[in-house]
Design a protein around this ligand. Structure first.
Ligand code: SF4
Length: 449
């Protein structure tokens, strides 16, 4: 059977002016490998299907280009999000729905949608023939097999969590690898790649979806991780890389072995990762730096210890960030607005933190009450969330504290101003950095947040 694996074009242009805090989600120019599709491609090939991957984001395809690329496929598998392995999902996924509707109108192919959106919001995907929720690697081939042999009336297929050690390497060679690029100013732009070495998260932060899409925590063996990295280094000559695990240092021994493995092999690519602040200490941070880590994402979310306790994310933010900076790594510290029990003072403190510690990465965003999270349940119980329509999701972004949306917008504008100031100051002090930024800016018309 001929199968197209499609990532719709997810590039979204920058709004001219931010007039609503929800607009921080509206801009994206990330061009990263659709790793889930590349893995599915390898699995489906092993089962004898004729497959192709169409990365309409990397190729910047419009709907007619996409149609040309997929029209002869009997099945089109649509990945609903750029990185289907990730914890938070942009609530604006109209472009995915538009692509599906267009393909339904113009092809006779069966459409299967995978990823977080059909998992969280299945009722939005009325035009799709089938939905595979949660993880697709085991269930998608079963659905395709069933379709080949008999009539298949069940529309929603819940994905079973795969053993990560039984998954093949992604079919990198079927992706336009030269198109992918790092967003980080601290790493070479290209050649870039990212991988997940473990799925799931055992923490239960109030707002986070991680425990929903991946129902258990699982690791890929280090032998397989290093095999994949070797392909990326030797064949694709990667210069920048991201470990996209939710908490790279969750299994400390494993993180240490990955770092040591990179050092022993003499690989010189630069890389970034993310983890929790309470899973870091001086020794770990120093080792990350020695292995080439140049950017470390640590979700700060809120500066108030009582809010941190409520959301189940407590650590000494100032101390951790100082250690990271001291090791020569750039910290990225995402912050949230509108969490329960947050005050205006907490948000002012978030601005002070950004300015005092010169935090140049990680945005300030309104919290989204994703279906299935403790925050969503809290919102329902408090009568804040009435239903799960997209209008309601938008209305309830950042709606759980006493800080009004107007105040949040003012804080956001102040935050962006601080960021611009930090950037300009750094550019004045470091001319080489200024040159890099200008090149970066020429390439992308984005605000530096
Ligand atoms: S640590 Fe918390 S925020 Fe991070 S992935 Fe796990 S649940 Fe989500």
């Amino acid at each position: 059977m001929k199968i197209a694996l499609l990532l719709p074009n997810m590039r979204k242009s920058r709004p001219k002016q931010i007039t609503d805090t929800s607009e921080v989600f509206k801009y994206s120019d990330r061009v990263w490998q659709p790793i889930m599709l590349a893995t599915l491609d390898a699995i489906l090939e092993q089962k004898g299907h004729k497959t192709e991957i169409v990365d309409a984001t990397a190729l910047n395809y419009n709907l007619y280009d996409i149609l040309d690329a997929v029209k002869y496929s009997e099945i089109i598998v649509v990945q609903s999000r750029r990185m289907d392995y990730y914890a938070s999902a942009d609530p604006n996924f109209q472009y995915v729905l538009d692509t599906i509707n267009f393909l339904k109108e113009n092809t006779a192919s069966k459409i299967i949608v995978i990823g977080p959106y059909p998992t969280y919001y299945p009722s939005y995907f009325t035009q799709a023939d089938y939905l595979v929720t949660y993880e697709p690697e085991i269930t998608l081939p079963k659905l395709i097999r069933k379709k080949e042999t008999e009539n298949c009336s069940r529309r929603i297929w819940n994905g079973d969590p795969p053993d990560l050690n039984k998954l093949p390497h992604p079919n990198f060679h079927k992706l336009p690898m030269s198109k992918y690029e790092s967003e980080s100013i601290d790493m070479p732009r290209k050649p870039f790649a990212w991988l997940t070495t473990a799925r799931g998260c055992t923490f239960k932060c109030m707002f986070c979806l991680a425990g929903r899409i991946f129902q258990t925590y699982r690791e890929r063996s280090l032998d397989l991780v290093f095999e994949e990295l070797t392909i990326l280094v030797e064949k694709y000559k990667i210069k920048s890389f991201m470990f996209m695990d939710y908490n790279f240092t969750y299994n400390r021994k494993r993180a240490v072995n990955i770092c040591k493995g990179i050092i022993e092999r003499g690989w010189d690519f630069k890389w970034t990762c993310e983890t929790r602040g309470d899973l870091l200490d001086k020794t770990m941070i120093k080792l990350l730096a020695k292995a080439g880590c140049v950017g470390l994402g640590v979700g700060v979310e809120n500066l108030s210890s009582s809010v941190q306790k409520d959301i189940k994310k407590q650590f000494d933010v100032y101390e951790v960030v100082r250690l990271i900076k001291k090791a020569g790594i750039e910290p990225s510290c995402p912050l949230l607005m509108g969490l329960p029990n947050e005050t205006l003072e907490d948000l002012e403190n978030a601005l002070k933190f950004t300015e005092d510690l010169k935090i140049q990465h990680g945005g300030l965003k309104p919290v989204i009450p994703y279906v299935g999270t403790p925050l969503h349940r809290y919102g329902k119980k408090q009568g804040i969330i009435k239903n799960d329509t997209s209008e309601e999701v938008k209305r309830n972004m950042g709606a759980f504290s006493e800080v009004s949306k107007e105040q949040q917008l003012q804080i956001l504008h102040k935050f962006l101003k601080i960021r611009r100031k930090l950037l300009y100051k750094k550019m004045l002090v470091h001319p080489r950095f200024a040159l890099k930024v200008l090149k970066h800016k020429l390439r992308r018309t984005k605000w530096f947040s």
